[in-house]
Design a protein around this ligand. Sequence first.
Ligand code: F6P
Length: 339
Amino acid sequence: MVSVFLNLRQKRMDSKISKIGVFTSGGDAPGMNAALRAVVRASIFYKKEVYGIMQGYEGMISGDIVKLGARSVGNIIQRGGTILKTARSQEFRTKEGREKAYLNLKKSGVDALVAIGGDGTFTGLHKFFEEYSVPSVCIPGTIDNDLAGTDYTIGFDTATNTAVDAIDKIRDTAISHNRLFFIEVMGRNSGYIALNCGIAGGAVATIIPEESMTLEELFNKLDEGGKTNKKSSLIVVAEGSKLGGAMELAEKFSQRNNYFDIKVTILGHLQRGGTPTYFDRVLASKMGVAAVEGLLNGQKDVMVGIRNNQIVYNDFSTIINHQHEIDSESLRIAKILSI
Ligand code: F6P
């Protein structure tokens, strides 16, 4: 069934597109290089030229556009970060910035785009498509896993594994000293990393933006630990928690707690780097090929996604400003297990 689908995707390609531009934008995510490699090699496989645009929209505006070949993307599948570099461009938010970008694309002959990034990247590209009609496909690359239209984004698996590894190490010292740790993980508006770290790291509580736990409920739960002779505890806090970050929660809890010795660890940007997991490399490879095949089959203003292990193309209007809802089954499991 799957192979029939792939063959169909391969057969229909009779596109007028000749030069595909590819760029990474927004926060970097492990696996972006693997996605870039797949876009470049799939383009060449289908006899198209491919150009790398440096530093996201910044390079489009300044004309920093370089021709890529199959060998330009050798030895990068295992590397974190992005060899094309990335940025959060303010200038592309302006009409003038987008006009400069369009003129540079025209000059270099780029007539289709593949963007690897998150929500901000896609919003910019959708606007650009509305103004200049350059066919565009986005590949979801962000550690946050916060995009509607895909079960997974590139980088989420690696970042979560990195955080769980750090949490395991913190657990060793927490147990040795009988301490309670508030551990903050990334996720500006999304609790995906935190929730999965909470389950995999055996946290006593996980605080995420999508769930409305009160301070009182949280602190009662922690007090419970003290009463039942719990010697150490780990609480995972998503960066975007509405109750406050790890530091703030630790300060507030220390005012009423005289049982635990409290410490805080903020994992921060270490979650963004490192070697991508096999999962992220394979996901990135599938999405990179799908992005090029989508363009050549006439997709114009879409995001590639993976749903139930099948490639899908999502219309931008169904993605932008739509959050990937938190997995309620994972929430339920985390609650059962954190007694
Ligand atoms: O979107 C990915 C992400 O890592 C968020 O989890 C985090 O809030 C944000 O980027 C940090 O962005 P920056 O690196 O620009 O500070």
